[in-house]
Write a protein that binds this ligand. Structure first.
Ligand code: SF4
Ligand code: SF4
Length: 71
């Protein structure tokens, strides 16, 4: 597991695998509500703004984004 801070996508179904994320920003570019925050090698998704459109999943070159279950 990653650090607690980076894994805090508690109420979103889009999960980030930080072992595979290269922080390239491709997902940020395709997100309609602009709810993916990339800053200083930290990637967070605002769960309240995410519409679950899933565009970010195929946009990720490393397959780091998945549709997951809420814990
Ligand atoms: S599912 Fe859609 S709204 Fe949610 S983070 Fe991905 S691109 Fe953005
Ligand atoms: S597109 Fe994938 S590798 Fe790039 S910043 Fe987003 S999650 Fe990380």
């Amino acid at each position: 597991m990653g650090t607690p801070v980076k894994s805090a996508v508690h109420s979103s179904l889009i999960l980030v695998d930080y072992d595979h994320c290269s922080y390239c920003g491709a997902c940020v570019a395709v997100c309609p509500p602009d709810c993916i925050i990339l800053h200083d090698a930290t990637l967070l998704i605002d769960p309240e703004a995410c519409t679950l459109c899933r565009r970010c999943i195929p946009a990720c070159p490393t397959g780091a984004l998945t549709l997951g279950e809420v814990a």
